[in-house]
Design a protein around this ligand. Structure first.
Ligand code: AGP
Length: 606
């Protein structure tokens, strides 16, 4: 994950920037850099690799200066290299910028700027923003940043310094967090308060599309309409555990909120948006081998098994390869038919789940090549498989999987695209554009939290819940039910909506909340009919939909309206309100949401 820090004051800036970056080290990154304004010029030092490499490079030649920016980068556009590292300077050398996020419309902007004579020395989307801001820069950096930000689509947290005017740093965000901190005659900024608390406790969390200017006098903030605003100052009296939880009450909530960045990191560096290609180097499945695959056996447990069920739709739909999905604990006891052209794909967040490992072993004994999707480098599943797609979700501490699940879905989408590319000759640009837009849509769906908290209050005393979905959303119904069971100890069933009439309909009465997922086109009308059937039996229908709430008048008591994304990525959006619902119901019922009873983060026994 990219890390952002900045300082403006009277102290030497580079040691402060390095200290802040060090506190963000846990996020992982592939390059780092700093920029300082010195005698009217912007001086950057950047290095590929760990922060240590940057520190070595700076040894004995720390650029003097009292304001600047520091960045740790996790590649999204362009390989990890010094050339692609931040800070980025525009081609006229007037602004330096650090950036976290994805600028979805970077290609048309780049072409336009190239036509206007701006040049590019990296493959990053960040350099597009640098040139764009510079193209609008006259006297006022804030005006230039505001104007450029108005043209950017996607997600970004940006911090900018320039060669013009008095010392100042201008920042803005849309999606990824940015926090500014007040000191005595000095101001700070960071992507994460953890980088600030050694220096200041008084901070402001910027709202989306805020623009803030840090100067020696203080911090001024403008909202998205251009109005000067005062944002509430938060005092961070955090103990070390709170620091770890990033100020959230529970790890689970923090991890739910990390998903915009987590999903982005899963595809970061693996998609060449300019040439429309997916690159899965660690997978070790070359194009010839990919073309020869006759069947894929997905093996997993729990939430990872639900990811596998979505994966089946994705791989069959996008690459035309037959897929079977088994519980790890069932596979080897059913005499599966496996041939040497089959591949077995184990999905495991921890990489240590005994049932999944045994199932993979059984597939290997029958001649399949073994692959994995995993979040933990060096874990057992990685060691026993020929290739891996790491989810790069970052550590997941809450026992209930949240970001591990959504990133598994992204990894499966990447795999399906890679197989499509090798077997069908290419990937349509819209399939990649949908991915670029995903982090912003995930950020948008998180804004539904107040509604989910209210629903949790209203329904937390229910004894049972029913979750319904069809097609790609059936596994999401299963996952919604599993989350609620784990976190709140309320009994919940996930069912294919069309199956309801074959049994579970008998459960419906006026006390049963039924969460029905009705998004997309394919089975929308069918699910809506299933909702009507539930309503006719007095059930409390809660619709989760990408349509207007009016379409559910007289059917649903509650409507959770989520943003619409591509059909293949919609499950990622749909599951997030269900995670938040489970979380808030668990909290309302006083359950230990981070460590639910009887559960363990990795289940290493069969
Ligand atoms: C998810 O919330 C669960 N705690 C559980 O179902 C989990 O997904 C399962 O045990 C598999 O774990 P893994 O992904 O680490 O293999």
């Amino acid at each position: 994950m990219c890390g952002i820090v900045g300082y403006l004051g009277s102290k030497q800036v580079v040691p402060l920037l390095l200290d802040g970056l060090k506190r963000l080290e846990y996020r992982g990154y592939d390059s780092a850099g700093v920029v300082v304004r010195q005698n009217g010029d912007l001086r950057t030092v950047r290095a590929e690799g760990k922060l240590e490499k940057l520190v070595q490079k700076l040894e004995g030649k720390i650029p003097p200066g009292t304001y600047g920016l520091g960045h740790t980068r996790w590649a999204t556009h362009g390989e990890p290299s010094e050339r692609n590292a931040h800070p980025m300077i525009d081609s006229k050398g007037r602004v330096a910028i650090i950036h976290n996020g994805i600028i979805e419309n970077f290609l048309p902007l780049k072409r336009r700027l190239q036509d206007e004579g701006w040049s590019f020395s990296s493959e990053t989307d960040t350099e597009v923003a640098a040139n764009l801001i510079s193209s609008y820069l006259e006297e006022d950096l804030r005006a230039a940043v505001t104007r450029a930000a108005g043209e950017l689509e996607g997600m970004y947290a940006l911090a900018v310094v320039s060669t013009v005017g008095d010392p100042e740093i201008v920042v803005t965000r849309q999606g990824p967090p940015l926090v500014v901190g007040f000191g005595d005659g000095e101001q700070f900024l960071a992507s994460d308060p953890a980088a600030l608390i050694a220096h200041t406790k008084d901070v402001v969390f910027l709202e989306n599309r805020d623009v803030a200017r840090l100067t020696a006098e203080g911090i001024e903030i403008w909202d998205e309409t251009g109005e000067r605003v005062e944002r509430p100052v938060t005092r961070l009296n955090w103990d070390p555990i709170q620091v770890e939880k990033g100020g959230y009450k529970h790890f689970m909530l923090k991890e739910i909120h990390e998903q915009p960045l987590a999903v982005q990191e899963t595809f970061a560096g693996r998609v060449d948006f300019e040439n429309q290609r997916v690159l899965l180097d660690d997978l070790n499945l070359d194009p010839d081998q990919a073309r020869a695959v006759s069947k894929i056996d997905i093996l997993a447990c729990g939430t990872s098994w639900h990811a596998g069920l979505v994966g089946k739709f994705l791989i069959q739909g996008l690459a035309g390869i037959p897929v079977e999905v088994d519980y790890g604990s069932e596979f080897r006891y059913r005499d599966p038919i496996v041939t040497p052209t089959d591949i077995a794909l184990g999905i495991s967040q921890s990489g240590e789940t005994a049932d999944t490992l045994s199932a993979l072993e059984a597939a290997g004994e029958r001649g399949a090549r073994l692959f994995s999707i995993c979040n933990v480098p060096g874990s057992q599943i990685v060691r026993m498989t020929d290739g891996v797609i790491y989810t790069h979700a970052g550590p997941e501490i809450g026992v209930a999987s949240t970001k591990a699940f959504t990133t598994q879905l992204v990894a499966l989408y990447l795999l399906a695209l890679y197989l499509r590319q090798t077997r069908k000759g290419g990937i349509e640009p819209e399939l990649l554009q949908a991915l670029a837009h995903l982090p912003a849509a995930v950020d948008e769906v998180l804004q539904l939290e107040p509604q989910l908290e209210r629903l949790a209050r209203d329904y937390s005393r229910a004894n049972d819940f029913l979750y319904l979905g069809r097609g790609l959303n059936y596994p999401i119904a299963l996952e919604g039910a599993l989350k609620l069971k784990e976190i709140s100890y309320i009994h919940a069933e996930g069912y294919p909506a069309g199956e309801m009439k074959h049994g579970p309909i008998a459960l419906i009465d006026e006390d049963l909340p039924i969460v029905a997922i009705a998004t997309g086109e394919r089975v929308y009308e069918k699910v809506r009919s299933n909702m009507q059937e539930a309503k006719a039996r007095d059930g409390i229908v809660i619709a989760l939909t990408d349509r207007e709430p009016a379409e559910f008048e007289g059917i649903a008591r509650e409507v959770i309206q989520v943003p619409r994304v591509s059909e293949e990525l919609q499950p990622i959006i749909n599951v997030i309100p269900l995670q938040m619902l489970a979380y808030h119901v668990g909290v309302k019922r006083g359950a230990d949401v981070d460590q639910p009873r009887n559960l363990a983060k990795s289940v290493t026994v069969e």
